[in-house]
Unconditional design. Sequence first.
Length: 119
Amino acid sequence: MACPERLKKRAEFLAAAKGRRQHQRCFTMQARRRSEAQGDAPRFGFTVTKKTGNSVIRNRIRRRFREIVRLHAAGDARPGMDYVLVGRIDALTAGFDDLRREFLSALHKIHSAERKPDR
RNA sequence: CCAGUCGGCCGGACAGCCGCCGUCGAAAGAUGGAGGAAAGUCCGGGCUCCACGGAGAAACGGCGCCGGAUAACGUCCGGCGGGGGCGACCCCAGGGAAAGCGCCACAGAAAGCAAACCGCUUUUCGCCAAGGAUUCUCCUUGGCUAGGAGUAAGGGUGAAAGGGUGCGGUAAGAGCGCACCGCGUUGGCGGUAACGUCGGCGGCACGGCAAGCCCCGCCGGGAGCAAAACCGAAUAGGGACGACAGGAGCAAUCCACCCCUUCUCCGGGGCGUCGUCCGGGUUGGUUGCACGAGGCCUCCAGCAAUGGAGGUCCCAGAUGAAUGGCUGUCACGCGCCGCAAGGCGCCAUACAGAACCCGGCUUACAGGCCGACUGGCGCU
RNA sequence: UGGGGCGUCGCCAAGUGGUAAGGCAGCGGAUUUUGAUUCCGCCAUCCGUAGGUUCGAAUCCUGCCGCCCCAG
């Protein structure tokens, strides 16, 4: 499972946008629990609006997000979750290690917030 | 060496590790993987479906010097004419204004039928003044008013004023006459042509704007790969209310009305129609889809655009949409530090990412390379 | 992908070949003890931008830039 599943439908994005949000310098992470079953893989989606820049900039931000997700999805993401990364312009210029740190931090904060209402 | 003009080209290179998409393969793996503009979507085609039939007319849109190239073009090439530049060279939607309509503000006497006005010249009558001859009166000169005739030189303007400059001519003037320039017309010569050139004739009339309407010539059916075809799934040709429902026939049905086919005629097709409300379903896959007006090399024809022949190559195919992340070495540029060697930095580089495919146009672009040419300066 | 429209002062806007109305806001002044109201004056000249046509362009034509809307 090197490449995790992707969100593809507009309705899935809208549903994720209603979940928890965690803002970072380079992106905003939106997350929603899709199902309680442990067998369901986590899924990711990316959003970069046209306001951010031209197609080269948007594609590059999306590709950097994909690389981050590829490296960390298996270990750090929770099964049954849908994540959406909304890119900002800083995601283009930030160092890759910084981007990675922000991603892990956002995951951690979302998960700890998720745990509280459950228990 | 400096300044400049034109044309063409490149637009990081080589590796390693981890990944992504396609193709081949049972697998391991092998192999291919963004551009000169892929962009804007401004033109022209291919392709697909619809109308697809016949005839005609009109409307609308586009184009517009000439010749050539091309599948076609609003593109390209070579000329012509006009304008700009010392020059290399650059720019131009560049048909028609004696078919018609319209416009030409302000200023100006007048802005489009060419005359009127102010003036200028001359003449007649009358009046006034001066001078001369002198009996009334007459003559000369000057001025004023009115009338007649001749004029278009001049009239602060204006973008533009019924050719321009000069000489002659005249009462004053005037193409009235002459020379040159311009214009019109006609003939010869050169050129496929646009056009050029030479000569004759005409004394000159014919202002500008058609990127105002328009006229002439040429071209154009509509929509677009979310086109379209196939497979599969699902739902079924729904229900309620209101309005309008002509004619023939016992009836099935047919015709009319209406709708579609740009318009009209013939022809063809659809059918109860329209409005409001309620309810239900599909939003998967494959093909289209990458061998093409294709790339590269050589030769030939042509000034060139381009065309022909031979050889050789197969070179992205995604669909929430594949090229990314990290690292090393080197080239180039810029900045900082340093006397220098060198070091450090710029996520180590502009504009920018294929979406059915081609030919163009337009726009964006860090830095660099090559060639041809022009004007200066210096040296030999 | 195809089609339509817009861009004029800080804001809303008129002007469709002859030198850019009007309103709101702002600034200055008058009236008023002060304020409000009222009145007067000022406020574009790079009409989104670059060219062209014309004697003359916000207006006509062409290319760009930005924004909005519609259909699938």
